[in-house]
Design a protein around this ligand. Sequence first.
Ligand SMILES: Nc1ncnc2c1ncn2[C@@H]1O[C@H](COP(=O)(O)OP(=O)(O)O)[C@@H](O)[C@H]1O
Ligand SMILES: [Mg+2]
Length: 247
Amino acid sequence: MTAVDASPPLVADGASEPLLELRGIRAGYDGIDVIHGIDLEVHPGRVVALLGPNGAGKSTTLKVLSGMLAPSAGDVLVAGRRVNGARPDDLARRGLCLIPEGRGIFPNLTVRENLWMMTHRGRTKADVEEQAAARFPQLTRFLDQTAGTLSGGQQQMLAMARGLATDPALLVLDELSMGLAPIIVDQLYETVSQVAAEGTSILLVEQFARIVMDVADDAAVMVHGHIVETGRPRDLEASLSQAYLGG
Ligand SMILES: Nc1ncnc2c1ncn2[C@@H]1O[C@H](COP(=O)(O)OP(=O)(O)O)[C@@H](O)[C@H]1O
Ligand SMILES: [Mg+2]
């Protein structure tokens, strides 16, 4: 692989200002950077995929942009405003919703209670339940069951229902497909496509690329803490296969 430190920004869609922009982000743990100058843009209405093998730094990038981890260098901009140091709940109020790896639901609470926690943005409990039921009819059968007893796919549906209850401008999904059967993954990505078609911008992270080829407008390949290529998902297959071969 060549030029590992070349990380061009994603191509802008028309003249619109990016909803989210990362500029030269470096970040890591215990003083050691694991991402080394990440540039990334998500424009309104776009679906952007951040792809790369395990350990590449994808989740670390998401921690920075969601305010959970302070970068050691670089800027995070939301709708053109620098938000470095903003807390996760500040960013949530600005319309950023992260569904983390492992889904971030409360396993000991019921499905209904998990949904009810999302009423803090002025919505009623009934409203949140109705919206979840419309999006994921399956969930209505389990409203009084504890979330931890659901299947992995149902838990991911609950996580998405919770996230969508905030009416995010930007939905960020970290490895939606992890541990799930292909048929369930296809079903979840169908919902992602619907949400995108309704105008929500989406940043999705996946290790395996096949899933996102039909969903994403733009993609970036990340390897060893660098973005090594950006473009349309179909045009990145060569650099992706190299990335997974350890190139
Ligand atoms: N909490 C943490 N403490 C120390 N190192 C971490 C932590 N989380 C991730 N790392 C390391 O940072 C690197 C990037 O990890 P991560 O961002 O989780 O990658 P990805 O999401 O692409 O699999 C890896 O080497 C990983 O071991
Ligand atoms: Mg990860």
